[in-house]
Write a protein that binds this ligand. Structure first.
Ligand SMILES: [Zn+2]
Length: 735
């Protein structure tokens, strides 16, 4: 898994790749390196967006990279792999809920940013439908958590999160506490026996403010009692999508969530026939129907039009007036109204072709930069962080030394509904390039839910008192070690092996969710334990003096016991988690999982050369080099051996695979599938431990047939040893 702490690293990578111009005569080797880099960066952003709901970049930047990747893959067909972000819908499921399949996949929308994009969209549709005039339904694009609701016999039987688009988390209990979701709706009146609906769970801005006000009030008492204060909610979107996955539906209920239902995904009659096209032919009318059945819909917010100029004007009007709307929206959705035409247009692996999002521009505001702080990360990388405040507050702290300023009292910049006090400046080059001085007015941008970033400074507002940012020459650690910067990198690093900042970050990383996942041992607790001398290195995590912990303020026997259990439990984590935890550069969860399959004992990697590592599919040259360097270091091998001695799992196990439903079985799909597309089908096989074959042979266990299955079906029937099943049956196998 990726880590939050890698944000600045990935922003730097994103910037570099965004700027990179692909040469028209690029050779295959360079293309491969570039493709690997873009894939890694896109995967990280997917993770931020879909899994932890904390995106870092605009969709625009993402889309540009995505297009670059696509064009490279088009150029070098042999470099296109199944795992490329261009080949699938976004992934990610949270733990703890049952994973359920959507009746039809929930694809994400393609984005548009201007009139030309919309015209392109229209032209594509005209070509496919061979129609002169098309009708569009336009509605707000809600910024919350997506859900799919299934009603059967008029009763809500299931609610699921979007998940990876094919399957999501079953959150029926939490959905039931959302009052705008009817538990019963009279679909049978329209001959609908079973239906899957799409919607977005949101929290009204005012309600969100009240939620935080209540928390702040509660915190006053908690502080008095010497108890841990509650963290304030970040924004309506995260609060809504977090609420959907609250383990306790009581808690979910307290968040004031609402659900806008804006689409009928698929509908069946009693006999199981898909009646969407026949009985529900207009999207616009479907919304009205849903409204009539008691759903909260964007009925009053939508526009029906056959003119793209009107569509654009409507989108623009909403963009200007968005702040007056009680809910957060980040754009508009333009959909083809006719369902039959929608089906005709179909979908790519990624997006439906009949709908497109019109994204609003990011919001930008001016702040004052009053200090630059330097933080040392896990890899020793020095990241400059801008401390900013609202221009109105600046005179109160102007000219003061940083240590004289009460940072908590500083009023930050108010931007798109959140207060911003810190913004990353990435690295020295960024500061030089943007010519950023302390005391400058800087422009900070935030699009939707993206982490704010600096877009530039306002030079005209300089008074002459601004100061150059002094980038440190040595680390801030006790060793005062000289910082180093390899020629082709933009980041200065402390390379002292005992640097306490790095150690602290390394330990925080080791125990984090994405690595050993030790619940209850968060960042602040690690820091505290280190201050108290209870943890001095990674091994100490497993040699904690719990009596000493009990003496610390705020710890009770119960909480100590819990921590003890969690630490003990983490010893049995699969080895890919330990590999992630080791903090090898360029090795995230995806790479770690691939690596974990190659060896019996982690330490076996000490015998692998860089070249051998590079031969493993999906291991890029950078990762191969980093892994090789890491395992050549005797200190690291000795650490791994010590892990083994204290009972941490260092041996690859096949256990996981054995539990999977399709373990070892082989599959092939043929004919046109109606419940999923090919890529999704194959993914499901792999996710469940099965293997995909590309042709009918004696090695094939199952042939899954869609409509109009041809020669493969014949061949399989002739062989007589192959189980021939339909899609529904296949889905049952993995239920
Ligand atoms: Zn240092």
């Amino acid at each position: 898994m990726f880590l939050k702490e890698q944000a600045s690293e990935y922003i730097a990578k994103t910037k570099k790749l965004s700027k990179h111009q692909i040469k028209s005569n690029i050779n295959e080797l360079d293309a491969k390196i570039l493709i690997d880099e873009i894939k890694e960066v896109l995967n990280y952003h997917d993770w931020r967006y879909y899994v932890i709901s904390e995106p870092l970049i605009d969709d625009f930047v993402y889309d540009q990279l995505f297009k670059k990747l696509k064009s490279l893959e088009n150029k070098f067909n042999n470099l296109l792999t199944e795992d490329s972000p261009t080949q699938r819908v976004a992934r990610g499921l949270s733990e703890g809920f049952e994973n359920v399949l959507h009746l039809i996949p929930m694809l994400s929308l393609d984005n548009s940013y201007n009139y030309e994009d919309l015209i392109d969209f229209e032209n594509r549709l005209k070509k496919i439908t061979e129609l002169e005039t098309l009708h569009y339904c336009v509605e707000p694009k809600f910024d919350g958590g997506s859900i799919a609701l299934v009603y059967e016999n008029d009763v809500l039987v299931r609610a699921a999160t979007r998940g990876n688009g094919v399957s999501g988390d079953d959150i029926t209990n939490n959905a039931k506490v959302i009052r705008t979701i009817p538990l019963k709706a009279n679909f049978s009146k329209y001959g609908i026996h079973k239906v899957e609906l799409r919607g977005e769970v949101v929290i009204e801005r005012n309600v969100f403010k009240q939620l935080n006000a209540k928390r702040a009030e509660k915190n006053i008492q908690l502080k008095k009692d010497g108890k841990k204060e509650l963290e304030l909610f970040k924004n309506p979107r995260n609060t809504a999508s977090g609420g959907l996955r609250a383990k306790d539906s009581e808690k979910a209920a307290q968040r004031g969530m609402e659900a806008f239902i804006y689409q009928i995904g698929i509908a069946y009659d009693k006999a199981g026939n898909d009646i969407t096209e026949v009985k529900l032919p207009s999207h616009n009318n479907n919304i009205e129907l849903l409204a009539e059945l008691g759903f909260k819909t964007p009925s009053n917010e939508k526009l029906l039009s056959n003119n793209m100029d009107d569509v654009l004007a409507f989108c623009k009007k909403w963009e200007v007036e968005r702040s007056k709307y009680p809910y957060e929206i980040d754009g508009m959705v333009v959909k083809l109204d006719n369902v039959e035409q929608q089906n005709l247009a179909g979908a790519t692996a990624h997006h439906p072709r009949w709908a497109i999002a019109f994204k609003f521009k990011a919001q930008e505001a001016k702040a004052k930069l009053y200090h630059v702080d330097f933080q040392i990360g896990r890899t020793g990388a020095v990241t400059p962080v801008a401390k900013i405040c609202s221009p109105a507050y600046y005179p109160l702290i102007k000219g003061k030394a940083y240590n004289e300023i009460d940072v908590d009292a500083v009023i930050g910049l108010s931007l798109a509904g959140v207060e911003v006090k810190n913004v990353s400046l990435h690295n020295e080059d960024f500061i030089l390039e943007k010519d950023i001085h302390i005391g400058d007015s800087i422009l900070v941008e935030r699009a939707g839910d993206v982490i704010p970033h600096v877009t530039g400074i306002v030079k005209e507002e300089r008074s002459g008192e601004e100061k150059v940012v002094q980038f440190p020459k040595t680390c801030l650690c006790d060793f005062n070690s000289t910082l180093e910067k390899p020629e082709n990198e933009s980041v200065w690093r402390c390379v002292h092996p005992q640097c306490p900042f790095q150690l602290e970050e390394a330990i925080i990383h080791f125990v984090s969710k994405g690595a050993m996942n030790i619940d209850g041992l968060g960042k602040d607790i690690v820091k505290r334990f280190m201050q108290k001398g209870l943890i001095n290195d990674i091994l100490d995590v497993y040699q904690l003096n719990f009596d000493a912990v009990l003496q610390l303020e705020g710890w009770k026997e119960k909480s100590v016991e819990k921590l003890k259990t969690n630490i003990e439990k983490s010893k049995n984590q699969p080895i890919w988690r330990l590999i992630v935890g080791l903090g090898i550069r360029h090795v995230g969860s995806t790479t770690a999982k691939v690596l974990a399959k190659q060896v019996k004992h982690i330490a076996d990697f000490s015998e692998w050369t860089e070249e051998q590592l590079m031969e493993i599919p999906d291991i890029g040259p950078k990762a191969a080099k980093a892994v090789s360097t890491f395992f050549k270091d005797k200190k690291n091998i000795s650490l791994i051996k010590k892990f083994g001695h204290i009972g941490i799992n260092v041996v690859s196990s096949q256990k996981e695979a054995n539990n999977k439903k399709l373990n070892g079985q082989t599959f092939l799909f043929t004919g046109s599938l109606k419940l999923m597309n090919r890529i999704e089908a194959k993914e499901l096989v792999e996710m469940n431990g099965g293997k995909n074959l590309s042709s009918v042979s004696k090695n094939l266990d199952y042939l899954v047939i869609g409509e109009n299955a041809g020669s493969k079906l014949k061949k399989a029937t002739n062989l007589g040893t192959i189980k021939i099943i339909e899609e529904e049956k296949f889905l049952e196998l993995i239920k």
